[in-house]
Unconditional design. Structure first.
Length: 343
């Protein structure tokens, strides 16, 4: 911007260069303004996009019921997530695209100048505002195009169902707390469960776990069948190796670890977030949700934060082939302390 200098006694002031008001550029009518067939075509296109939105929303809801996740398998959860996500995404996108197309092709595109005025509005201004709104409503042609109005209304009315139907469906789910007393670590037909890496399902030997490392493990060979994900979520365990001299184990737990390797439930006992951050120097495990801190060297007792009880420990041992196994299931419920209250 060029500036013009004015010199006064002892001071310099600047004022911005002044521009001519270019005014409003001339209005160029669109095809739909001049050709009723083009306007009709634009209307049909808008209705078609709204209809796609409606179909996508309905498809998402149908997919939710077609792939129930109350008895989940990995395939069901994937398909349910995919159909709900596509239904929601295409449904919302359709409403947006249709609204833009409608505005650009059918609504009035005449520019208007609104002069600045003081904030206070008198009766005449209010009346003018109402008139402007009425004119806008009239120019949107909604009154003369009932099918378009119906398509818009139906698309907007159905869109929230993408959220509400899964929400209401899950309210009826079976929240039986006794499920939290048992996990997939329990022996199967007398055979102890091996600890395996996730997701490769490779069994683990003590030599795989170095001092200071943390390994996320699952029971080996969990079958991909209904309930699989629920079982996997409950059974997740952290395997940690300490210098055996640092471990403070009570008498009744002396045989729960193997050469400094201990296994604890990864589910925080506060409200169930995955405990994940391990500090090797202090042997502290931190839950990232609300900073509950557990002392791994001291039976994972709570040393800080809102959790009220230690992380449940999984007793481990070595099988005849040298792999780490769970001696039994957890001896207390995993997860938030709430589940323990009925014990
Ligand atoms: S869930 Fe872990 S501290 Fe709250």
């Amino acid at each position: 911007m060029s500036i013009e200098h004015r010199e006064h006694v002892g001071e310099v002031t600047t004022t911005p260069e002044r521009f001519e008001n270019p005014g409003i550029s001339p209005h160029r009518p669109r095809l739909s303004d001049e050709d009723p067939r083009a306007a009709k075509r634009a209307e049909r296109q808008t209705i078609l996009i709204f209809t796609l939105s409606i179909l996508a929303t309905v498809g998402g809801i149908v997919g939710y019921f077609a792939f129930p996740i109350q008895a989940p398998s990995l395939g069901n959860v994937r398909m349910s997530t995919l159909t709900l996500g596509l239904g929601l995404g295409i449904g919302m996108l359709g409403i947006g695209v249709a609204a833009v197309h409608w505005a650009k092709s059918l609504m009035s595109d005449v520019e208007r100048v609104e002069e600045r005025h003081v904030q206070r509005s008198d009766d005449a201004t209010r009346a003018a505002a109402v008139e402007i709104l009425s004119t806008g409503a009239a120019e949107s042609n909604i009154a003369r195009r009932p099918l378009l109005k119906g398509a818009l209304g139906t698309a907007l009315a159905l869109a929230p169902l993408s959220f509400l139907v899964p929400l209401i469906g899950n309210l009826g789910a079976d929240w039986n707390v006794s499920k939290f007393r048992h996990t997939a670590w329990a022996p199967v037909n007398g055979k102890l469960r091996r600890l395996a890496t996730d997701p490769s399902d490779r069994p683990i030997k003590p030599s795989d776990v170095t001092i200071g490392s943390v390994v996320h493990v699952m029971p080996q060979g969990l079958p991909d069948e209904p309930g699989y994900l629920e079982e996997k979520a409950k059974a997740v365990v952290l395997l940690i190796r300490l210098d055996p001299r640092d471990l403070n184990e009570p008498e009744d737990r002396k045989d729960w670890s193997y050469e400094g390797i201990v296994a604890y439930s990864k589910i925080c006992t506060h409200v169930g977030c995955p405990v994940a951050l391990y500090e090797r120097q202090t042997h502290h495990l931190l839950c990232p949700c609300h900073q509950s801190t557990f002392d791994v060297a001291n039976q994972a007792k709570v040393v800080f934060g809102p959790a009220k009880r230690a992380l449940p420990q999984l007793p481990i041992a070595l099988d005849e082939e040298g792999y780490l196994v769970a001696q039994s299931d957890f001896l207390e419920p995993v997860g938030p302390s709430f589940w323990e209250r009925e014990r």
